[in-house]
Design a protein around this ligand. Sequence first.
Ligand SMILES: Nc1ncnc2c1ncn2[C@@H]1O[C@H](COP(=O)(O)OP(=O)(O)OP(=O)(O)O)[C@@H](O)[C@H]1O
Length: 405
Amino acid sequence: MIEAVGLTKVYGAKRAVDNLSFQVRPGAVTGFLGPNGSGKSTTMRMILGLDTPTAGRVTIGGCPFRELPNAPRQVGALLDAKAVHGGRSARQHLLCLAQLSGIPQRRVDEVLGVVGLQDVARRRSKGFSLGMGQRLGIAGALLGDPQVLLFDEPVNGLDPEGIHWIRNLMRKLASEGRTVFVSSHLMSEMALTADHLIVIGQGRLLADMSVKDFIAYNSAGFARVRTPDQQQGEKLAGRLAEIGGQVHLEQDGALRVTGVDLPRISNLAHELDVRLYELSPHQASLEEAYMRMTQMVVDYRSTDDPRAGLQQPVAGPAGGYPPGAPHPGQFPGHVPGQVPGQPPVPAQPYAGQVFAPPPGQPVPAAQGYPGTPPAAPPAMPPAAPPAAPGVPPAALTLSKNESES
Ligand SMILES: Nc1ncnc2c1ncn2[C@@H]1O[C@H](COP(=O)(O)OP(=O)(O)OP(=O)(O)O)[C@@H](O)[C@H]1O
């Protein structure tokens, strides 16, 4: 078992890992999820004794990695598949590792077979594709037949067949009673592979729960509701919030409603004399749930590319647009149908705004409909368990909840 207690790593002003406590148990695949830069690799390096924690500790089987007797026989890891001497063949690379750890030569041929590299074993690894490099890294991790395995983004560069293969490999290793800890930033991948999830954001723990619980808590259904115009949408949204519904505004202006079932929404609309163009049931995907959980803690956000007006207009009024004049497609926020030189068309009604925030989060003043009452607690539970101590506000929808395996 891997156990971290109050694990913290600070680089200058950056808290890469912030007071992380978790356990990774044997006999299961534990997914380690977080957006780019959230501290996954740093955590893995500390587990493997490659970085020293600023505070806290992490142990494997009760021992810090550096104190483990014959560590390569107990712990195998894939951290950086490119960390290979390119001039050596796959076989030579593995032979070197084996010799350093007192592992018999025949094991090299075994692991080459396990990862499917036997036919290219004598080729120099610098000619390997990304996927072949990943397989070689995985062979290195398996070399000592260890009980504890760590894989940092192992599906990087693998084709669908390779992804399927590594998924099966990890499941097999766990079924043999090994501890398998695998990082990824893809929830969809982890949902298929892992039994348990540890989710972090900006170095902090956001969730520590079984995949089963994660699905139960986050796959709550919602209704999509479309009204003919903003006024009717506001009227209905206000009433839904009053009775405890949560209403988010989708990009296309539809309402996304949780906490109120479809017949009730329909009845309310009827009472309010609001016409409905759409009332449909939907299921939130796990990827969406993960994105919602981590959206407040992503380090890197993209913006629309304004393109600095570099493009020449493809077509326009006779004689082209006057220099500097806006034309369709030239500037962000352009509304299709807007005519150059005419007053701008108002922005899409309430597109992309959040009407009622997730439970426990304040309503941003600028984002609600005017005159909207504050969001009440949901009448129908979207199945959010109580938050774990120390979990930041962005993570209030999830808490530590583990059915012991
Ligand atoms: N040696 C270092 N010196 C300074 N800052 C570092 C160092 N290593 C990591 N960091 C910073 O710590 C933060 C966490 O990085 P880390 O690589 O652990 O994240 P990650 O979750 O593995 O990201 P990714 O998914 O992109 O690999 C980042 O902001 C990173 O820039």
